[in-house]
Design a protein around this ligand. Structure first.
Ligand code: SF4
Ligand code: SF4
Length: 397
Protein backbone atom coordinates (compact mmCIF):
# COMPACT_ATOMS: atom_id res chain seq x y z
CA UNK A 1 0.00 0.00 0.00
CA UNK A 2 2.05 2.81 -1.27
CA UNK A 3 1.11 6.38 -1.72
CA UNK A 4 3.25 9.45 -1.73
CA UNK A 5 2.59 12.96 -0.55
CA UNK A 6 4.98 14.54 -2.99
CA UNK A 7 5.39 15.34 -6.61
CA UNK A 8 2.07 14.59 -8.22
CA UNK A 9 0.63 17.72 -9.74
CA UNK A 10 -3.07 18.24 -9.18
CA UNK A 11 -3.81 14.65 -8.19
CA UNK A 12 -4.56 14.20 -4.51
CA UNK A 13 -1.89 12.01 -3.05
CA UNK A 14 -1.24 10.62 0.39
CA UNK A 15 1.68 9.69 2.48
CA UNK A 16 2.72 6.14 2.21
CA UNK A 17 0.72 4.05 4.52
CA UNK A 18 2.50 1.52 6.55
CA UNK A 19 4.13 0.82 9.82
CA UNK A 20 7.56 0.34 11.13
CA UNK A 21 8.55 0.07 14.71
CA UNK A 22 11.21 2.50 15.63
CA UNK A 23 14.15 2.94 17.88
CA UNK A 24 13.10 3.93 21.36
CA UNK A 25 15.26 7.02 21.30
CA UNK A 26 17.22 6.42 24.46
CA UNK A 27 20.11 4.77 22.62
CA UNK A 28 21.61 7.69 20.82
CA UNK A 29 23.63 7.42 17.67
CA UNK A 30 27.27 6.58 18.39
CA UNK A 31 28.38 9.70 16.61
CA UNK A 32 26.50 11.88 18.96
CA UNK A 33 28.54 13.31 21.72
CA UNK A 34 28.96 11.57 25.01
CA UNK A 35 28.12 14.87 26.68
CA UNK A 36 24.76 14.85 24.99
CA UNK A 37 24.02 11.39 26.32
CA UNK A 38 25.11 12.30 29.81
CA UNK A 39 22.97 15.44 29.75
CA UNK A 40 19.96 13.40 28.60
CA UNK A 41 20.40 10.81 31.32
CA UNK A 42 20.81 13.53 33.93
CA UNK A 43 17.60 15.25 32.83
CA UNK A 44 15.71 11.96 32.81
CA UNK A 45 16.97 11.00 36.24
CA UNK A 46 15.91 14.35 37.69
CA UNK A 47 12.43 13.82 36.29
CA UNK A 48 12.29 10.23 37.53
CA UNK A 49 13.24 11.33 41.05
CA UNK A 50 10.27 13.65 41.06
CA UNK A 51 7.94 11.24 39.32
CA UNK A 52 8.73 7.52 39.78
CA UNK A 53 5.54 6.58 37.94
CA UNK A 54 6.96 8.08 34.75
CA UNK A 55 10.11 6.07 35.23
CA UNK A 56 8.15 2.82 35.28
CA UNK A 57 6.26 3.72 32.11
CA UNK A 58 9.40 4.94 30.39
CA UNK A 59 11.31 1.77 31.22
CA UNK A 60 8.46 -0.44 30.06
CA UNK A 61 8.04 1.24 26.72
CA UNK A 62 11.75 1.53 26.00
CA UNK A 63 12.47 -2.04 27.03
CA UNK A 64 9.80 -3.33 24.67
CA UNK A 65 11.03 -1.07 21.87
CA UNK A 66 14.60 -2.27 22.33
CA UNK A 67 13.64 -5.82 21.47
CA UNK A 68 12.01 -4.88 18.17
CA UNK A 69 14.50 -4.78 15.30
CA UNK A 70 12.72 -3.99 12.10
CA UNK A 71 13.22 -3.87 8.37
CA UNK A 72 10.77 -3.39 5.53
CA UNK A 73 10.20 -5.80 2.65
CA UNK A 74 8.41 -5.43 -0.66
CA UNK A 75 6.81 -8.85 -0.96
CA UNK A 76 5.65 -8.28 -4.51
CA UNK A 77 5.51 -5.69 -7.28
CA UNK A 78 1.95 -6.68 -8.14
CA UNK A 79 -1.26 -5.10 -6.94
CA UNK A 80 -4.93 -5.82 -7.56
CA UNK A 81 -5.86 -2.13 -7.79
CA UNK A 82 -4.34 1.12 -9.07
CA UNK A 83 -4.83 3.94 -6.62
CA UNK A 84 -4.44 7.46 -7.90
CA UNK A 85 -1.25 8.87 -6.49
CA UNK A 86 0.37 5.54 -5.62
CA UNK A 87 4.09 6.37 -5.61
CA UNK A 88 5.09 2.75 -6.18
CA UNK A 89 3.55 2.72 -9.63
CA UNK A 90 3.87 6.45 -10.28
CA UNK A 91 7.64 6.35 -9.85
CA UNK A 92 7.86 2.92 -11.46
CA UNK A 93 9.28 1.09 -8.49
CA UNK A 94 7.51 -1.97 -9.90
CA UNK A 95 9.82 -1.87 -12.93
CA UNK A 96 13.03 -1.46 -10.94
CA UNK A 97 13.35 -5.07 -9.97
CA UNK A 98 12.07 -8.54 -10.75
CA UNK A 99 10.40 -10.09 -7.77
CA UNK A 100 11.67 -13.36 -6.38
CA UNK A 101 8.94 -15.97 -6.52
CA UNK A 102 10.94 -18.96 -5.37
CA UNK A 103 10.03 -19.79 -1.77
CA UNK A 104 13.37 -21.40 -0.94
CA UNK A 105 15.23 -18.26 -1.96
CA UNK A 106 12.89 -16.12 0.08
CA UNK A 107 13.30 -18.34 3.12
CA UNK A 108 17.08 -18.24 2.83
CA UNK A 109 17.01 -14.48 2.51
CA UNK A 110 14.81 -14.08 5.58
CA UNK A 111 16.90 -16.43 7.66
CA UNK A 112 19.92 -14.41 6.67
CA UNK A 113 18.17 -11.24 7.76
CA UNK A 114 17.39 -12.81 11.10
CA UNK A 115 20.72 -14.53 11.75
CA UNK A 116 23.20 -12.09 10.24
CA UNK A 117 21.48 -8.73 10.56
CA UNK A 118 19.53 -9.65 13.70
CA UNK A 119 16.23 -8.43 12.31
CA UNK A 120 13.26 -9.94 14.12
CA UNK A 121 10.42 -7.79 12.82
CA UNK A 122 9.15 -7.54 9.26
CA UNK A 123 7.06 -4.79 7.84
CA UNK A 124 5.70 -6.37 4.68
CA UNK A 125 4.42 -4.16 1.90
CA UNK A 126 4.04 -4.37 -1.88
CA UNK A 127 2.22 -4.03 -4.16
CA UNK A 128 -0.39 -6.01 -2.33
CA UNK A 129 1.06 -8.67 -0.02
CA UNK A 130 -2.28 -10.46 0.48
CA UNK A 131 -2.00 -11.76 -3.10
CA UNK A 132 0.78 -14.16 -2.12
CA UNK A 133 -0.04 -15.86 1.15
CA UNK A 134 2.61 -18.55 0.68
CA UNK A 135 5.31 -15.88 0.75
CA UNK A 136 3.66 -14.09 3.62
CA UNK A 137 3.59 -17.23 5.68
CA UNK A 138 7.38 -17.52 5.34
CA UNK A 139 7.76 -14.09 6.90
CA UNK A 140 5.50 -15.31 9.64
CA UNK A 141 7.54 -18.42 10.29
CA UNK A 142 10.97 -16.74 10.24
CA UNK A 143 10.27 -13.43 11.98
CA UNK A 144 9.07 -12.87 15.52
CA UNK A 145 6.76 -9.99 14.64
CA UNK A 146 5.06 -9.34 11.31
CA UNK A 147 3.04 -6.36 10.13
CA UNK A 148 1.38 -6.37 6.72
CA UNK A 149 0.06 -3.43 4.82
CA UNK A 150 -2.99 -4.25 2.71
CA UNK A 151 -5.77 -2.57 0.78
CA UNK A 152 -8.23 -4.99 2.41
CA UNK A 153 -9.77 -6.27 -0.81
CA UNK A 154 -8.52 -9.79 -0.31
CA UNK A 155 -8.74 -11.11 3.22
CA UNK A 156 -5.68 -12.48 4.95
CA UNK A 157 -7.06 -15.58 6.68
CA UNK A 158 -6.87 -15.99 10.39
CA UNK A 159 -5.44 -19.48 10.33
CA UNK A 160 -1.69 -19.32 10.01
CA UNK A 161 -1.66 -15.56 10.47
CA UNK A 162 -3.12 -15.34 13.95
CA UNK A 163 -0.82 -12.73 15.41
CA UNK A 164 0.13 -10.57 12.46
CA UNK A 165 -0.82 -6.92 12.45
CA UNK A 166 -2.78 -5.88 9.37
CA UNK A 167 -2.73 -2.21 8.42
CA UNK A 168 -5.64 -1.40 6.11
CA UNK A 169 -5.35 1.65 3.96
CA UNK A 170 -8.10 4.18 3.55
CA UNK A 171 -7.98 7.49 1.68
CA UNK A 172 -10.16 10.46 2.40
CA UNK A 173 -13.14 8.57 3.78
CA UNK A 174 -16.69 8.67 2.46
CA UNK A 175 -16.96 8.58 -1.34
CA UNK A 176 -13.37 9.79 -1.79
CA UNK A 177 -11.91 6.37 -1.10
CA UNK A 178 -13.63 4.76 -4.06
CA UNK A 179 -12.98 7.82 -6.20
CA UNK A 180 -9.24 7.54 -5.65
CA UNK A 181 -8.70 3.84 -5.22
CA UNK A 182 -11.44 1.59 -6.51
CA UNK A 183 -9.73 1.18 -9.87
CA UNK A 184 -8.68 -2.19 -11.25
CA UNK A 185 -5.33 -2.59 -13.04
CA UNK A 186 -7.33 -2.63 -16.29
CA UNK A 187 -8.58 0.86 -15.44
CA UNK A 188 -12.13 -0.34 -14.78
CA UNK A 189 -13.79 1.27 -11.79
CA UNK A 190 -15.70 -0.53 -9.07
CA UNK A 191 -17.47 0.43 -5.83
CA UNK A 192 -17.15 -0.47 -2.20
CA UNK A 193 -13.45 -0.89 -1.40
CA UNK A 194 -13.88 0.42 2.17
CA UNK A 195 -17.03 -1.68 2.65
CA UNK A 196 -15.16 -4.77 1.52
CA UNK A 197 -12.33 -4.09 3.97
CA UNK A 198 -14.84 -3.56 6.78
CA UNK A 199 -16.58 -6.80 5.87
CA UNK A 200 -13.35 -8.80 5.61
CA UNK A 201 -12.03 -7.60 8.95
CA UNK A 202 -15.13 -7.13 11.10
CA UNK A 203 -14.15 -7.47 14.76
CA UNK A 204 -10.79 -8.81 13.67
CA UNK A 205 -8.32 -7.80 16.40
CA UNK A 206 -5.39 -8.00 13.97
CA UNK A 207 -6.71 -5.25 11.75
CA UNK A 208 -6.45 -1.49 12.07
CA UNK A 209 -7.08 1.19 9.49
CA UNK A 210 -4.51 3.74 8.47
CA UNK A 211 -6.87 6.53 7.56
CA UNK A 212 -5.35 9.20 5.34
CA UNK A 213 -7.42 12.30 6.00
CA UNK A 214 -7.58 15.21 3.63
CA UNK A 215 -8.93 18.75 3.47
CA UNK A 216 -11.45 17.66 0.82
CA UNK A 217 -12.72 14.92 3.10
CA UNK A 218 -13.30 16.91 6.29
CA UNK A 219 -17.08 16.27 6.22
CA UNK A 220 -16.49 12.50 6.07
CA UNK A 221 -14.08 12.07 8.96
CA UNK A 222 -16.50 11.61 11.85
CA UNK A 223 -18.77 9.19 9.99
CA UNK A 224 -15.84 7.18 8.65
CA UNK A 225 -14.30 6.86 12.10
CA UNK A 226 -17.67 5.88 13.53
CA UNK A 227 -17.96 3.06 10.99
CA UNK A 228 -14.51 1.77 11.88
CA UNK A 229 -15.43 2.01 15.56
CA UNK A 230 -18.65 0.07 15.02
CA UNK A 231 -16.75 -2.51 12.99
CA UNK A 232 -14.56 -3.25 16.00
CA UNK A 233 -11.28 -1.93 14.55
CA UNK A 234 -8.82 0.74 15.56
CA UNK A 235 -7.26 3.44 13.37
CA UNK A 236 -4.33 5.74 13.02
CA UNK A 237 -4.52 9.00 11.12
CA UNK A 238 -2.30 9.62 8.14
CA UNK A 239 -2.25 12.59 5.79
CA UNK A 240 -3.61 12.69 2.27
CA UNK A 241 -2.54 15.94 0.72
CA UNK A 242 -2.71 17.76 -2.55
CA UNK A 243 0.53 18.57 -4.23
CA UNK A 244 0.50 22.35 -3.82
CA UNK A 245 -0.57 23.45 -0.37
CA UNK A 246 1.27 26.69 0.12
CA UNK A 247 -1.52 29.20 -0.46
CA UNK A 248 -3.13 30.87 2.59
CA UNK A 249 -6.46 29.29 1.73
CA UNK A 250 -4.88 25.86 1.87
CA UNK A 251 -3.24 26.78 5.18
CA UNK A 252 -6.65 27.65 6.58
CA UNK A 253 -8.10 24.40 5.36
CA UNK A 254 -5.17 22.55 6.89
CA UNK A 255 -6.05 24.15 10.24
CA UNK A 256 -9.66 23.09 9.78
CA UNK A 257 -8.48 19.56 9.05
CA UNK A 258 -6.34 19.52 12.17
CA UNK A 259 -9.20 20.81 14.31
CA UNK A 260 -11.56 18.19 12.93
CA UNK A 261 -9.05 15.37 13.45
CA UNK A 262 -8.53 16.43 17.05
CA UNK A 263 -12.26 16.75 17.62
CA UNK A 264 -12.97 13.28 16.27
CA UNK A 265 -10.07 11.88 18.26
CA UNK A 266 -11.83 13.17 21.38
CA UNK A 267 -15.12 11.56 20.31
CA UNK A 268 -13.51 8.15 19.77
CA UNK A 269 -10.44 8.12 22.04
CA UNK A 270 -10.07 4.34 22.08
CA UNK A 271 -10.65 3.84 18.38
CA UNK A 272 -8.38 6.64 17.16
CA UNK A 273 -5.09 5.61 18.67
CA UNK A 274 -3.03 8.48 17.23
CA UNK A 275 -1.71 10.82 19.90
CA UNK A 276 -2.66 14.51 19.59
CA UNK A 277 0.99 15.55 19.33
CA UNK A 278 1.55 13.07 16.52
CA UNK A 279 -1.56 14.27 14.67
CA UNK A 280 -0.27 17.85 14.76
CA UNK A 281 3.25 16.89 13.72
CA UNK A 282 1.99 14.68 10.90
CA UNK A 283 -0.35 17.32 9.47
CA UNK A 284 1.98 20.30 9.86
CA UNK A 285 5.37 18.61 9.44
CA UNK A 286 6.54 20.43 12.56
CA UNK A 287 7.48 19.52 16.09
CA UNK A 288 8.37 21.85 18.96
CA UNK A 289 12.05 21.68 17.99
CA UNK A 290 12.05 21.58 14.19
CA UNK A 291 10.70 20.66 10.80
CA UNK A 292 10.53 17.16 9.40
CA UNK A 293 13.03 16.74 6.58
CA UNK A 294 15.54 14.32 5.12
CA UNK A 295 18.26 15.52 7.51
CA UNK A 296 16.15 14.48 10.47
CA UNK A 297 14.20 11.58 8.98
CA UNK A 298 15.15 8.36 10.78
CA UNK A 299 13.50 5.94 8.32
CA UNK A 300 16.36 5.62 5.85
CA UNK A 301 17.94 2.36 4.71
CA UNK A 302 21.23 2.25 6.58
CA UNK A 303 22.92 0.14 3.89
CA UNK A 304 22.10 2.56 1.08
CA UNK A 305 25.24 4.44 -0.01
CA UNK A 306 23.34 7.71 -0.54
CA UNK A 307 23.05 8.16 3.22
CA UNK A 308 26.73 8.33 4.09
CA UNK A 309 26.55 11.98 5.16
CA UNK A 310 23.13 11.68 6.72
CA UNK A 311 24.29 8.86 8.97
CA UNK A 312 27.02 11.12 10.26
CA UNK A 313 25.06 14.30 10.81
CA UNK A 314 24.33 13.52 14.45
CA UNK A 315 20.60 13.01 14.08
CA UNK A 316 19.30 9.63 15.22
CA UNK A 317 18.14 6.98 12.75
CA UNK A 318 16.63 3.52 12.96
CA UNK A 319 19.49 1.12 13.60
CA UNK A 320 19.73 -1.75 11.08
CA UNK A 321 16.67 -0.55 9.21
CA UNK A 322 16.63 -1.35 5.50
CA UNK A 323 13.89 -1.48 2.92
CA UNK A 324 14.37 -4.37 0.51
CA UNK A 325 13.00 -4.53 -2.97
CA UNK A 326 11.06 -7.62 -4.07
CA UNK A 327 14.18 -8.90 -5.83
CA UNK A 328 15.64 -9.44 -2.33
CA UNK A 329 18.87 -7.82 -3.46
CA UNK A 330 18.22 -4.13 -3.92
CA UNK A 331 18.24 -1.88 -0.87
CA UNK A 332 15.80 0.94 -1.47
CA UNK A 333 16.45 4.51 -0.40
CA UNK A 334 14.04 4.54 2.52
CA UNK A 335 10.70 3.27 3.76
CA UNK A 336 8.79 5.20 1.12
CA UNK A 337 9.25 6.86 -2.27
CA UNK A 338 12.64 8.51 -1.69
CA UNK A 339 11.20 11.86 -2.79
CA UNK A 340 11.85 13.88 0.33
CA UNK A 341 10.50 17.30 -0.59
CA UNK A 342 7.24 17.68 1.26
CA UNK A 343 7.31 14.05 2.47
CA UNK A 344 4.97 13.47 5.36
CA UNK A 345 5.16 9.71 5.57
CA UNK A 346 3.15 8.94 8.65
CA UNK A 347 5.38 6.30 10.13
CA UNK A 348 8.55 8.22 9.34
CA UNK A 349 7.05 11.16 11.24
CA UNK A 350 6.12 8.84 14.09
CA UNK A 351 9.66 7.47 14.18
CA UNK A 352 11.03 11.01 14.10
CA UNK A 353 9.19 11.77 17.34
CA UNK A 354 10.16 8.48 18.90
CA UNK A 355 13.91 8.70 18.30
CA UNK A 356 14.06 12.23 19.66
CA UNK A 357 13.36 11.73 23.34
CA UNK A 358 16.20 14.17 23.97
CA UNK A 359 13.86 16.94 22.85
CA UNK A 360 11.26 15.85 25.38
CA UNK A 361 13.51 15.71 28.41
CA UNK A 362 13.46 19.17 29.90
CA UNK A 363 10.29 18.77 31.99
CA UNK A 364 7.91 16.16 33.36
CA UNK A 365 5.21 17.35 30.98
CA UNK A 366 7.41 16.92 27.93
CA UNK A 367 8.55 13.48 28.95
CA UNK A 368 5.02 12.42 29.72
CA UNK A 369 4.03 13.52 26.21
CA UNK A 370 6.86 11.48 24.71
CA UNK A 371 5.86 8.40 26.70
CA UNK A 372 2.25 8.79 25.59
CA UNK A 373 3.35 9.10 21.96
CA UNK A 374 5.49 5.98 22.28
CA UNK A 375 2.70 4.00 23.96
CA UNK A 376 0.22 5.08 21.30
CA UNK A 377 2.68 4.04 18.61
CA UNK A 378 2.91 0.51 19.96
CA UNK A 379 -0.86 0.31 20.29
CA UNK A 380 -1.00 -0.13 16.50
CA UNK A 381 0.54 -3.57 16.61
CA UNK A 382 -1.46 -6.61 17.56
CA UNK A 383 1.76 -8.36 18.56
CA UNK A 384 2.67 -5.62 21.03
CA UNK A 385 1.67 -5.67 24.70
CA UNK A 386 0.23 -2.16 24.21
CA UNK A 387 -2.45 -3.31 21.78
CA UNK A 388 -5.91 -3.27 23.35
CA UNK A 389 -6.50 -6.95 22.64
CA UNK A 390 -3.02 -8.13 23.44
CA UNK A 391 -2.77 -11.38 25.34
CA UNK A 392 0.84 -10.59 26.10
CA UNK A 393 2.26 -8.85 29.05
CA UNK A 394 5.67 -7.50 29.80
CA UNK A 395 6.77 -10.62 31.58
CA UNK A 396 6.09 -13.21 28.92
CA UNK A 397 7.37 -11.47 25.80
S1 SF4 B 1 -3.13 -0.64 -2.97
FE1 SF4 B 1 -1.72 -0.96 -4.71
S2 SF4 B 1 -2.04 0.81 -6.04
FE2 SF4 B 1 -2.93 1.31 -4.03
S3 SF4 B 1 -1.29 2.38 -2.91
FE3 SF4 B 1 -1.12 0.20 -2.38
S4 SF4 B 1 0.34 -0.65 -3.86
FE4 SF4 B 1 -0.34 1.33 -4.67
S1 SF4 C 1 14.02 9.58 3.45
FE1 SF4 C 1 12.45 10.17 4.94
S2 SF4 C 1 11.82 12.22 4.26
FE2 SF4 C 1 12.82 11.23 2.51
S3 SF4 C 1 11.17 10.24 1.36
FE3 SF4 C 1 12.04 8.73 2.75
S4 SF4 C 1 10.71 8.82 4.56
FE4 SF4 C 1 10.36 10.70 3.41
Amino acid sequence: MIVDSTNLQQEPVASKIHFHPSNNGIKLDKKQSREQQIALLKSLNLIFERNPELKIRFEKVTSFARQVRVSEYHLTNACNIRCKGCWFFEFEHDLESREVKDLNSLEKFLINERERRHINTALVIGGEPALFLDRLSLYKSVMKYVTVSSNGLQKIPYEGFEDVTIGLTLFGGGPLDDELRAIKPSGKRFNGLFEKALFNYKDDPRAGFVYAITEDGIPYIEETVRRIHENGNILNFNYYSKYDQVTPVDGMRKNALLEEALRVKKLFPNTVISHEYYIKAMLTGESHWGIFSYDECPSISVSHPAHKDRLQNGNPYLPQFNTWSADLRTVKFCCTSGHCTGCRDSQAVFSWLMVNVRHFSSSEEELQTWIEIAESYWRQFYWSPYHRYSQKNFFNM
